[in-house]
Design a protein around this ligand. Structure first.
Ligand SMILES: Cc1ncc(COP(=O)(O)O)c(C=O)c1O
Length: 549
C-alpha cells in the first residue's frame, strides 16, 4: 500500500472525525457536500462570540471597532489569498448559490435583452443553471448548453457556441458530480475574446487547490465557505471592481446605504452596497480561520495525498464485481461517482451508512448531467486531505460485502410471503435486524409490470423513482400497487401497502398510519431524502383514502 503522506496529524485537528456512526468509526466521504471543520475554525467562532461579539461598521464603541476590524481583515485576507486587486472586490454572500444569483440579477438582468444568449455547461450544479434560467425567462433570452461528455471540453464546439455571442458564459471550475476539473483559464480567455462576461463557479475547486485570479481571466468567481473547511452560511463573490461598481444593488436595507430619505436613497460604495443587513460576522471570522488553516499547510503535499487517495480508492473499488466509475476526464480532483450493477445508489448509500461510511447518492444537483449520462443517479465518494488510504480500502471492502451478500441471498433465497416479511420488520428488535428484514421485504414486493412504470404514476417528492397506483376493489377496499427502483423504497412501499390494502378508506383514516410507521423508528435511520420520500408516500395514500371516503 503506497504511503506518500500521513494524514494522522491533521486528522487530530478535526474533532468530528473521531466520532462513531452506527457503532463504527466514521469514514467521512461526503466532503463535496460539506467538509468537516478544524478546531481552529470552531475556536475562532466561539472566541468571537465569547470576546468580540458586536455589530460591525456602525457601532460607536470599542467592541464594535474590534469586531469590524476582525471582519474586514478577513476580506483583505481572502483578497490576498485569491489574488484580487482590492478587498473592495470581495462581496460576502451566504454561499455560491447566493453569489451566482447576485450576478444573475444585478449584473446580467439589466443588460439582457430579448434574443440574447447565455452559455452554460451541461455538467453544472443547479446553482449555476437555475439563476440563469430565471433571468433568461424574464428577459426572453436563450440558453445554450456546452456538452461535457466524460468530463472533457470540446473546444471546437465551445468556439461554435461562443460564435453566437453569448452575453455571459457561466463555467464550473470543478464538477461536483464527477470531479472533473475543467480548463477554465483557457475557456475564460476564449469567452472574453468573444466579448462575453465570464463567471466561474469555484465551489468545488478551492477545497482542493489554490487559485490565482489573474491567471483565470474571468469577471466573477463564486465559492462557499462550508466546502472549504469553514462554517456554513458564508461564501463570497469576487468581481472585477469596474463591473461591480456599474451594478445596481441587489437587496436593499441597512449597511448598503449612504443616505436614505423618502425622496431617494444614496447607496454605499463597494463592497457594502451588495451587503444589505447585518452580515454573518461569526461566519466571516470562521472562514478567515479556515483560510488561515489552509495557508499554514503545504497544499501541494495535500493535493498529492488526495491524488493517491483517488487512485488507490479507484484501484480497490475496481475489483468489486459490477463496479463502474463514471469517467471524469484527464484532470480531476479526489472524488468519483460510481454505480454497481443491480444495486440502486440509495441502497448502496444506506448499506455504507450502516458501516459508518458517509457518501452521497442521487443526482447531486446535476440533473441535466445525469440525463446526458443516461443514469438516474450515482453514488459519490468525495475525499479530503484528512481521509486515509485505509478508509479507501474500507469503502471498497464494504462494497464488496454488499455484492457478496446480495449474491448469497439470491443463491439461498426461498420464497417468503409478504405478510411474514412485513411482520419480521415490525418484530425486529434493533436497527440491524430491521434493516435486514426491510431489505428482504424490498425483494419480496412484486414488481409492477414495465408498462405501468410510467410517468403518470410517478410519485413526486422522492429522490428515487417511485410509482404508486391507487385503486379500490369492488367491495370498496383499497387495492393499491406500487414499485420503486431502490430496494429500501420498495420495502417502505410494501409496509404501507400492507397497512392500507384490504381496508376501507374510513378504516385507513381511522388508523393512525404516520404513527404506526413512526413506531418503527425509520426516520432516524433514513437519510432526509428517503424520509421525505416516505412522507410523500404516506400523504399520497391518505389523500386517496380521504378523497374516496
Ligand atoms: C459545483 C457547485 N456549485 C454550487 C454549489 C452550491 O453551493 P452552496 O449550496 O454552498 O451555495 C455546490 C454545492 O454542492 C457545488 O458543488
Amino acid at each position: 500500500m503506497p504511503q506518500p503522506f500521513d494524514p494522522a496529524r491533521l486528522r487530530r485537528d478535526f474533532p468530528l472525525l473521531s466520532t462513531r456512526v452506527n457503532g463504527r468509526p466514521l469514514i467521512y466521504l461526503d466532503n463535496a457536500a460539506t467538509t468537516q471543520k478544524p478546531r481552529h475554525v470552531i475556536d475562532a467562532i466561539s472566541n468571537y462570540y465569547k470576546r468580540s461579539n458586536a455589530n460591525v461598521h456602525r457601532g460607536a464603541h470599542s467592541l464594535s471597532s474590534q469586531a469590524t476590524q476582525q471582519f474586514e481583515a478577513v476580506r483583505q485576507q481572502l483578497a490576498d489569498w485569491i489574488g484580487a486587486r482590492s478587498a473592495r472586490e470581495i462581496i460576502w454572500t451566504r454561499g455560491t448559490t447566493e453569489a451566482i444569483n447576485l450576478v444573475a440579477q444585478s449584473y446580467l438582468r439589466p443588460r439582457l435583452h430579448e434574443g440574447d444568449r447565455i452559455l452554460l455547461m451541461e455538467s453544472a450544479h443547479h446553482a449555476n443553471i437555475v439563476p440563469w434560467q430565471l433571468v433568461a425567462e424574464a428577459c426572453n433570452a436563450q440558453i445554450d448548453v456546452l456538452p461535457t461528455p466524460e468530463g472533457e471540453v470540446d473546444f471546437e464546439l465551445y468556439r461554435t457556441l461562443l460564435a453566437r455571442a453569448p452575453k455571459l458564459v457561466a463555467l464550473s471550475h470543478v464538477s461536483n458530480a464527477l470531479g472533473s476539473c475543467f480548463p477554465v483559464a483557457a475557456m475564460s480567455a476564449e469567452a472574453k475574446r468573444a466579448g462575453a462576461c465570464v463567471l466561474i463557479d469555484g465551489a468545488q475547486a478551492l477545497p482542493h487547490f489554490d487559485i490565482s485570479l489573474n491567471r483565470l481571466a474571468c469577471d466573477f468567481y463564486a465559492f462557499s465557505g462550508h466546502k472549504l473547511f469553514g462554517p456554513t452560511g458564508i461564501g463570497a463573490l469576487w468581481g472585477r471592481e469596474a463591473l461591480l461598481a456599474s451594478m445596481p444593488p441587489w437587496q436593499g436595507g441597512g449597511e448598503m446605504i449612504e443616505e436614505v430619505s423618502f425622496s431617494g436613497t444614496r447607496f454605499a460604495g463597494l463592497p457594502f452596497r451588495f451587503e444589505a443587513g447585518t452580515p454573518d460576522i461569526a461566519g466571516v471570522i470562521g472562514l478567515g480561520a479556515a483560510i488561515q488553516y489552509l495557508q499554514a499547510q503545504d497544499r501541494s503535499l495535500l493535493a498529492a495525498h488526495e491524488e493517491s487517495l483517488l487512485k488507490y480508492a479507484l484501484e480497490c473499488c475496481e475489483s468489486v464485481p459490477g463496479f463502474r466509475a463514471l469517467p471524469a476526464g484527464s484532470e480531476r480532483v479526489s472524488l468519483f461517482s460510481f454505480q454497481i450493477d443491480d444495486q440502486h445508489p440509495q441502497d448502496i448509500a444506506l448499506w455504507l451508512d450502516r458501516r459508518g461510511i458517509a457518501v452521497r447518492a442521487g443526482h447531486h444537483c446535476a440533473m441535466p448531467l445525469m440525463r446526458a449520462l443516461q443514469v438516474p443517479g450515482t453514488v459519490r465518494a468525495s475525499f479530503a486531505f484528512y481521509n486515509t488510504l485505509a478508509e479507501a480500502e474500507q469503502l471498497a471492502s464494504a462494497l464488496d460485502q454488499l455484492v457478496q451478500e446480495q449474491r448469497s441471498q439470491i443463491l439461498t433465497a426461498h420464497p417468503i410471503d409478504i405478510v411474514t416479511q412485513v411482520q419480521a420488520v415490525y418484530d425486529a428488535r434493533d436497527w440491524d435486524s430491521r434493516y435486514r428484514a426491510l431489505m428482504q421485504l424490498g425483494s419480496t414486493l412484486p414488481p409492477l409490470p414495465e408498462p405501468l412504470r410510467q410517468d403518470s404514476h410517478r410519485l413526486h417528492g422522492c429522490e428515487s423513482r417511485v410509482w404508486l397506483i391507487t385503486d379500490m376493489d369492488e367491495d370498496g377496499r383499497l387495492n393499491c400497487r406500487a414499485d420503486a427502483d431502490a430496494r429500501i423504497l420498495r420495502a417502505l412501499l410494501a409496509l404501507l401497502l400492507d397497512a392500507v390494502n384490504g381496508r376501507t378508506p374510513q378504516e385507513v383514516l381511522a388508523d393512525d398510519l404516520p404513527a404506526r410507521i413512526a413506531a418503527l423508528d425509520l426516520q432516524r435511520h433514513l437519510s432526509p431524502s428517503r424520509g421525505n420520500g416516505l412522507n410523500a408516500m404516506i400523504k399520497a395514500l391518505l389523500d386517496y383514502a380521504r378523497n374516496s371516503a
